[in-house]
Design a protein around this ligand. Sequence first.
Ligand code: ADP
Length: 520
Amino acid sequence: MTSSKIELPGEVKTDADAAALMASLQLMPSPVPNADIKYTKIFINNEWQDSVSGKTFPVYNPASGEQICEVQEAEKADVDKAVQAARLAFTLGSVWRRMDASERGRLLAKLADLVERDSAYLATIESMDSGKPFLPTLFVDLQGTIKTLRYYAGYADKIHGTSIPMDGDYLTFTRHEPIGVCGQIIPWNFPLMMTAWKLGPALACGNTVVMKPAEQTPLTCLYIGSLVKEAGFPPGVVNILPGFGPTAGAAIASHMGIDKVAFTGSTEVGKLIQEAAGKSNLKRVTLELGGKNPNIIFADADLDLAVEQAHQGVFFNAGQCCTAGSRIFVEEPIYEEFVRRSVERAKRRTVGSPFDPTTEQGPQISQEQQSRVLEFIQSGISEGARLECGGKALGLKGFFIEPTVFSNVKDDMRIAKEEIFGPVQQIMKFKTIDEVIERANNTEYGLVAAVFTSDITKAMTISTAMQAGTVWINCFNALSTQCPFGGYKMSGNGRELGDCGLKEYSEVKTITIKISAKNS
Ligand code: ADP
C-alpha cells in the first residue's frame, strides 16, 4: 500500500470505537455517541407522513457499507401532495404572504440558531450518512450551513426595488416579489450545506419550497424539517421529500404547480431538468452542475503553498466536489519538483473512519461511485498517464480509495476531460501563459479556476481570461456565503450565495402610476 494509514483501521476498529476515542480526548468537539435517527418520513405541511405508495428505501453508511435505516420513499403522488401544501401556503392572504419581511428574517435566524444548537448531532449523522470526516463536517459544513441561514435572515427585510424617473407623467417603482413554489433538488456531497444554500435565499424572498435531498443522504435534510417546524415556519412553507431522481426529482422538474426549480448535481441531470422545465410550464431554472477545474501553477509561486492548496483543492471531501481542481497545469521549470512534492503529500494523506479525529479522507459515497472512480483510474493507466501513487480500493469494507496522483497527463485523456468525483489528481505541464489560458479554457465546464504566482500581472491576466464563475488567486476553495457562486458554460445557469442568490428567487414587477403632472 502506498498511502495512508487505513488498515481499516488498526487500533480503531469501528466507527463506534473511533467516536469513543474522540470523546475521550475531550479537547475537541466530539460526535454524539449512539446518535439516533429521529426522522425518516416525508415532511409535508409541518407533519411527518408515510409515502402514498407505502414504499421505503434503505440508507447506508458508506464507511461500513451497512444499512443505517429505512426512509419513506416519495414519488409523484407525494410531490403532488407537497405542491398542494406549498401552493396553499403561498396563496394571497396566507399567513406566510402576510407575514412581515422582518418576521421571515427572524424565523430564518431562529432556524440558524437551532442548527447551531444541534450542530454536534447534525455533524454526527452527516458523517454517518455521507462518510465525511466528523471534524471537517463540524467546522466546514455546519458552519457554512449556519452562516448561510444567518446571512439570508439578515436580507429578508432588505430586498427592495427602486423608484424610476420614467418618461411622461408617471410615477414608477419596482417590487421584488417571491416567485412562488420553488422545487429544490440537491446532491449527496454537501447535504446540509446545499439545504441551506437553497432554503436561505428562497425563504428570505418569501417563496415556499418543495425540496428533494439526494437518495444517498436524506437524513440531515429531514432533521432540518423538524427544526423548520420548531422555528415556527407556517405549515406548507417548507416540504421535504426523500426519494429518487427519476421519480420524485423528475416529478418536481416537470410539475405544472412549481414556479421555479433549483438543482445542484451532474450536468447530465441538469440538462434533463432544463428540458422538463421547458416542456412543462417554463418554470425558472437555476443549475449548479459539474466542473473540471483548472489550477495553474507558475514557476514563481510559493511552492509549499501551491502544493498544499492543490492537494486540498482536489482531495477535499474525497474528491467529491464540483469545485475539485482536478486539472493542474504546472510550469515546466518546476514540474518535476511539484509532482515529487504532490506525491509525497498524497502518500501522507490519512484515510479512514470518519470518526477517527486524525482522518483526512473518508469513503466515497457508494460502491457505484467507488467503481466509477476506479474505472477512471484504469482509463488513465491505459491511456498512458503515469500512476505516481494510489490507484486502488482500500480496506475490506466501505468504499475507500487510495489518494491517487497521475503525472504526464495529456489534455485529451479521459482523466483530464471528464469529472471524476474522486481522490485523483492530474498533473500536466505547460510552457507559456497563452498556451495555458487556451488549454485551461478548453473544456465544456466553467465553474472555478485557480492560479498560483507571485506576479500580480500574471494573476490578473489569468483571472480575467478564465471562463469560470469563480477564480482564486493563491488560494483554493475559498468559498463564503457572501460571494456569488456558479458556473459559466455547462457548469450551470445562475448564481447562488451573496446578493446574486436573491435575484434567482424573486420576480421584478414594475408598477406605473399615471399622475397629472410630474416634477423633477
Ligand atoms: P450524482 O450523479 O452525483 O448522484 P445526480 O445529478 O444524479 O448526481 O443527482 C443529484 C440530484 O439529482 C439527486 O437528488 C438525484 O436524486 C437527483 N436526480 C437524479 N436524476 C434526476 C432526474 N432525472 N430528475 C430530477 N432529479 C434527478
